[in-house]
Design a protein around this ligand. Structure first.
Ligand SMILES: Cc1cc2nc3c(=O)[nH]c(=O)nc-3n(C[C@H](O)[C@H](O)[C@H](O)COP(=O)(O)OP(=O)(O)OC[C@H]3O[C@@H](n4cnc5c(N)ncnc54)[C@H](O)[C@@H]3O)c2cc1C
Length: 398
């Protein structure tokens, strides 16, 4: 990345579409417009998802079409090398890249080993490279989901499962050790609540081990869960008593429907807040807490929410913390909320975008989720569309 931006002196606004889309040519802008326009039609997304799945099941050669359209909007490439252009492109605007190997749903030991090696490759790529300030992984990329569920439920493991879990710990530690050796910060993504206790335990063990000089390992807290603000404070107390830095990525949470459906089906109280207002309240409280305790917390606000992003930006100013203080980062996903990312970076704040990558077919579940969450008019697609349309109008495009 080139020298950090000194930051614009104008007040921070996420409505500046000229800055938001400065990296997009007219052609790119039109393409994004058409993608989000398609997402706005729920039926089209549903039918499209089925058609694409069907075409892949018949081995029809649709990879090229997907790659040029929806994949190009949300992914950096099929492998690390192919992501280089995106890394350079974002760095030009002082935005970091977080290479996110987005292959999901594997259940074999050989796949888990391969994923561990791939994550270590991303760490090597990030070594001494300010354009890649973080790496990331999902524990389910290196561990069997059901095994994590058993461990989280406190079940007694059979000998074979014990051995398998020892291998999971080993892989988890290999990744964190590689990150510490390369001095690269690494996020552990949060997942479903019924496997999260195991993930929290693994991540906390690694923070206790590797976060003495700075935060290398970051655990993720999902504030749509009503118990997480307290969990975060308990993690902070642990870090103070253990004299290590607490690394935190704070998010709202991605599995709301699944969580509620399971809780209802298995007759236990839902771990998710009853409404969005409570989630917003806890998310912003988490941000305030992190800023209050900045002496030993490193935080990344992973959000597309304008109010929460603005809140963190304002608190830094209020507390006289430099905008580019390495303890504070903002993060959004590639292809989404550029109005937040680009305006924040223009103002001198630290910003990094998740850049998902992997073979086209393997990242389809990730792409389908992006399409799903963008279908509601109230939601993201409406906002993205409105902003893109405003910029097209500003550029006097047809
Ligand atoms: C960089 C980055 C990293 C991420 N990492 C993770 C991760 O590790 N694990 C993970 O689970 N997710 C992760 N996410 C996804 C994140 O949790 C959210 O799903 C997504 O960002 C939308 O929330 P928001 O804060 O951006 O925006 P908003 O639009 O303000 O919030 C939407 C979110 O609010 C919550 N919500 C909406 N309606 C309700 C309701 N009626 N009741 C209760 N809650 C409601 C849901 O969590 C929903 O996703 C990440 C997102 C980003 C940008």
């Amino acid at each position: 990345m080139s020298a950090p931006s000194t930051g614009s002196s104008a007040p921070l606004s996420f409505n500046n579409t000229e800055i938001a889309f400065q990296s997009k040519s007219n052609f790119d802008l039109k393409k994004s417009y058409l993608i989000f326009k398609t997402f706005n039609y729920q039926m089209l997304v549903k039918t499209g998802t089925r058609l694409i799945n069907f075409a892949f099941s018949l081995h029809l050669p649709i990879d090229g079409l997907v790659k040029k359209t929806v994949f190009a909007q949300f992914c950096g490439g099929e492998n690390i090398l192919e992501c280089e252009e995106t890394v350079k492109h974002l760095a030009k605007y002082h935005i970091g890249t977080i290479l996110d190997y987005s292959v999901e749903g594997k259940e074999e030991e050989a796949d888990f080993d391969a994923t561990m090696h791939e994550i270590i490759h991303t760490i090597e790529k990030a070594r001494n490279n300010p354009a890649i300030p973080f790496c990331v992984f999902k524990t389910t990329g290196i561990a069997r989901f059901d095994l994590l569920a058993q461990v989280s439920a406190g079940e007694k493991l059979e000998d074979m499962d014990k051995a398998e879990y020892a291998r999971v710990r080993h892989k988890f530690e290999n990744i964190c050790r590689a990150a510490a050796d390369a001095n690269v910060k690494i996020f552990v993504d949060a997942e479903e609540s019924w496997i999260q206790d195991a993930i929290d335990q693994l991540a906390t063990d690694m923070m206790r081990k590797y976060n003495h000089k700075t935060a290398i390992v970051y655990n993720t807290v999902q504030l749509y869960r009503h118990d997480r603000l307290e969990f975060m404070k308990a993690s902070h107390r642990d870090s103070v008593s253990g004299s290590y830095y607490l690394g935190l990525k704070i998010v709202r949470g991605a599995y709301m429907e699944k969580e509620r459906e399971r809780a209802e089906r298995l007759y236990y109280p839902s771990p998710i807040h009853a409404n969005k207002e409570n989630v917003d309240r806890d998310y912003d409280a988490a941000i305030r807490y992190c800023v209050e305790h900045a002496s030993n917390i490193y935080v990344c606000a992973g959000t597309h929410n304008e109010n929460s992003s603005k809140l963190l930006a304002e608190l830094l100013l209020e507390k006289d913390i430099a905008k580019n203080d390495k303890r504070f980062y903002f993060s959004q996903l590639l292809g989404m909320s550029d109005h937040i990312s680009f305006n924040l970076s223009q103002h001198g704040y630290n910003v990094a975008k998740y850049v998902p990558y992997g073979p086209v077919k393997a990242v389809m579940p990730y792409l389908f989720r992006r399409a799903q969450e963008n279908t509601s008019v109230k939601g993201q697609a409406g906002r993205e569309l409105q902003l893109i349309a405003a910029e097209m109008q500003r550029r006097k495009m047809k």
